[in-house]
Design a protein around this ligand. Structure first.
Ligand code: SF4
Ligand code: SF4
Length: 379
């Protein structure tokens, strides 16, 4: 672990809490978001502060299970548990929530969350067809714009959205440049470092400060690579992690892979490369947002061919030796899609693949360790 770099991120993360408090005192609104399909640009255009609130820790799950079924994805339980227990400072900062009808568990959970804080739910289409789904989703993006205007009392003009698109494109590009460091052989950055940096910058209220920090960190890792001071060598097995989102607290698989001597070089999930897109800055901004966000290749879409295309691109770009497909227990969409992922990448394309199904607890860590060590031996 590169302590100097991670200390810098931690210091800025602590400063960020003060920044948010000060911004709120100035009258700016904080908007909580739970899914990559919600165009963050609309919050930025209203001078609001977007915070991604998906729960990644095990601690609040017990509280959540007082109301939610135990047999539910840990991400949903963790998110709701944080809201119910009031233990997430970022949820507490949020003035209102914008959520989406993604999977069944999440959309029904939002009905309960509504009792804690105002929640506006966007209707997400179930496929990405341009003729039928795009007009529907464009309408939902318009609706999101109106409700943010209503809640923040700020008019969102096309010009403001264009500026927000440009800012968020710069942030996503800075994140992509950081993630692309791991295309180098050997990778100068560990999967744990990468997810820590991406996770913490996700809460930064001051976007320019976050972009600057990401660029500085990327330069520091390039130096580490040039001086051959990285943590890996040419023989380290390079693993692509696909499937459900991961974050700090739900990172046990990353940790175990690294302890077993492997290197997670890329994350296909929405904590990683799924967010590495740019929105067209030339066309009508609402249409551009609707088009780009609808393209996100999540398993809640049916069919979800774009995930397979993205995986092809990443397997080649990151010189991947093996794939780990991670599913949270009771996540039906990723769990069922895992079958097709194995058919295409393991059987047809002959890429070593390991499907893991787990939750946020540590109870199965040793079983996972045995399977991951055997997988790394085999590739
Ligand atoms: S995995 Fe899919 S549904 Fe879940 S947050 Fe990411 S994009 Fe949204
Ligand atoms: S991981 Fe699966 S079940 Fe959990 S919130 Fe995301 S799509 Fe829903």
């Amino acid at each position: 672990m590169n302590d100097a770099i991670l200390n810098k991120v931690q210091m800025l993360a602590e400063q960020n809490i003060t920044d948010i408090e000060n911004f709120k005192k100035d009258g700016r609104k904080v908007v909580g978001l739970y899914c990559l399909y919600s165009p963050v640009e609309l919050v930025v255009a209203a001078n609001g502060i977007p915070l991604t609130l998906c729960g990644t820790k095990n601690d609040p799950i017990t509280v959540a299970e007082e109301k939610l079924p135990r047999n539910l994805c840990p991400l949903i339980k963790s998110s709701y548990g944080f809201a119910l227990s009031g233990t997430c400072p970022f949820f507490n900062f949020a003035d209102f929530i914008v959520a989406d009808t993604t999977c069944d568990g999440k959309k029904k959970m939002f009905e309960l969350m509504q009792e804690i804080k105002p929640v506006h739910v966007l209707q997400l289409p179930q496929n990405q067809e341009k003729s039928s789904s795009l007009p529907l989703f464009r309408g939902e993006v318009e609706k999101m714009k109106s409700l943010i205007e209503h809640e923040t009392k700020v008019e969102i003009t096309d010009d403001k959205i264009k500026k927000a698109i440009s800012l968020m494109n710069r942030e996503r590009t800075a994140k992509k440049d950081l993630m692309d460091l791991a295309k180098l052989t050997p990778s100068p950055i560990t999967g744990t470092e990468l997810i820590t940096i991406l996770f913490k910058t996700g809460f930064f209220a001051n976007k320019e400060k976050g972009i600057e920090m990401l660029k500085e960190i990327t330069s520091e890792y390039i130096k580490i690579h040039e001086e051959k001071k990285g943590p890996y060598n040419e023989k380290t097995k390079r693993i692509l992690l696909t499937g459900v989102p991961v974050g700090l607290g739900s990172d046990k698989v990353i940790r175990i892979v690294e302890e077993a001597g492997g290197s997670i070089v890329c994350f296909e999930n929405c904590s990683g490369y799924k967010q590495a897109f740019t929105v067209n800055e030339e066309e009508d901004p609402i249409t551009a947002l609707a088009k780009q966000y609808l393209e996100i290749p999540c398993s809640v879409m049916s069919p979800n061919q774009k995930r397979f295309d993205l995986l092809d691109e990443m397997i080649e770009g990151f010189s991947v030796d093996g794939i780990i497909d991670l599913t949270w227990q009771a996540c039906h969409t990723y769990n069922i899609e895992a079958f097709k992922i194995a058919e295409v990448f393991q059987k047809e394309k002959r890429i070593p693949l390991l499907h893991l199904e787990t939750d946020y607890s540590e109870t199965d860590s040793e079983q996972l360790r045995v399977r991951i060590e055997a997988f790394l031996e085999m590739i």
